[in-house]
Design a protein around this ligand. Structure first.
Ligand code: NAD
Ligand code: UFG
Length: 339
């Protein structure tokens, strides 16, 4: 019996595959490499010393997805595959809706048809919109402000309806806060295409000298230093939450929602200063206009995940900085291109 990990070559997926292989599970990765590279899979093999099956398949290709289910004895699925850039989703909403939603619909049909009725889904703190208070609990109101966020919320609803119609399903919805860092080996990490959209890969590239300075989007937010506050979580902690979520999904049916964050909020300038302190590098920055759509503060109340899953973040901000820096300095241009 194997676990299907869609998007398993991506940033969070690759770290999750490592944790599952280390736990002795059989893994089948399904990825079309639209935002990752096949060499990730070799690096996963190097880190773990274990074999992993790779299917280069687009989730939108129903026949190819079905072939995966016919070939391998899939018992559960961890579903990462999706497009994730907020700005791009506003420019190309149809591409985002089609890829993320149609892909999930095809996947769910196969999970049902082949009796693999367990799914852990990558949702996002973005489904909380602009929260009225922090820390954010799972029962807070849900809303979104962009097509990417809409796809996450719609998929949450689709999975809930699927369970209502077929109560044998176990659905675990993990709402991630801001994953950063990298595996301690420095072999796998985040490899954004082009100029990074997100704060931390931007900081690591400034540290490496690839970008001249960080633009800090606004210093007039209602936070301790005026810059935006987020809940940054080490990607290995996030990966381990999936092990715990699947462990529970194997025991109970139903639909459950969990925040996956640390519960700590750090500002943009906190992150800059932490990275400078840990690495000894200088991160020049300039304060610029706010980025449209950004909110003041977003951090989790992660108590439910601790209570129900026995999961809690273990790495601290220094670990995140150290590991992200190791990845960036060992792989200044990210993963090599396919030959
Ligand atoms: P990523 O882009 O690194 O990984 C996603 C993977 O899915 C990539 O390898 C890509 O090639 C693959 N993929 C996309 N569409 C596919 C398709 N149609 N068929 C097959 N493979 C496909 O992203 P990530 O940061 O690892 O994020 C993983 C998941 O977590 C995504 O669903 C994302 O929306 C969600 N998430 C990410 C963050 C974050 O800040 N990184 C925050 C909250 C939620
Ligand atoms: N920021 C800058 N300069 C930059 C990039 C970001 O100042 O160059 C600031 C932002 O204004 C924000 C903070 O850094 O205050 C974090 O921004 P990110 O883009 O790294 O992350 P977001 O919280 O905006 O969004 C991320 C993902 C979303 C996801 C959300 C919650 O990009 O997809 O976390 O999980 F929905």
């Amino acid at each position: 019996m194997a676990i299907l990990i869609t998007g398993g070559a991506g940033f969070i997926g690759s770290h999750t595959v490592v944790e599952f292989l280390n736990a002795g599970e059989d893994i089948v990765i399904l990825d079309n490499f639209c935002n990752s590279k096949p060499c990730v899979v070799d690096r996963i093999r190097t880190i773990t010393g274990k074999e992993v099956t790779l299917c280069r398949v687009d989730l939108l290709d129903r026949e190819a997805v079905e072939e995966v289910f016919k070939t391998y004895d899939i018992e559960s699925c961890i579903h990462f595959a999706g497009l994730k850039a907020v700005g791009e989703s506003c420019m190309m909403p149809l591409r985002y809706y089609h890829n993320n939603i149609t892909g999930t619909l095809i996947l769910c049909e196969m999970l049902q048809k082949y009796g693999a009725k367990r799914i852990v889904f990558s949702s996002s703190a973005t489904v909380y919109g602009k929260p009225e208070t922090v820390p954010i609990r799972e029962d807070f109101p849900l809303s979104t402000t962009n097509p990417y966020g809409e796809t996450k919320l719609m998929i949450e609803r689709i999975l809930k309806d699927l369970h209502t119609s077929d109560p044998e399903f176990s659905v675990s919805i993990l709402r991630y806060f801001n994953p950063i860092g990298a595996h301690e080996s420095g072999l796998i990490g985040e490899d954004p295409k082009g100029i990074p959209n997100n704060l931390f890969p931007y900081i690591t590239q400034v540290g490496e000298g690839k970008l001249p300075f960080l633009r800090v989007f606004g210093n007039d937010y209602a936070t301790h230093d005026g810059t935006g506050v987020r809940d940054y979580i080490h990607v290995v902690d996030l990966a381990r939450a999936h092990l715990k979520a699947l462990e529970r999904a194997r025991k109970v049916t139903g639909v459950e929602y969990y925040n996956v964050g640390t519960g700590n909020g750090y500002s943009v300038l906190d992150m800059v200063h932490a990275y400078e302190r840990v690495t000894g590098l200088e991160i020049p920055y300039q304060i610029v206009e706010r980025r449209p759509g950004d909110i003041d503060e977003c951090y989790a109340d992660p108590a439910l995940a601790e209570e129900m899953l026995g999961w809690k973040a273990e790495f601290d901000l220094d670990d995140m900085c150290r590991d992200a820096h190791r990845w960036q300095s060992q792989n200044p241009d990210g993963y090599p291109d396919e030959v």
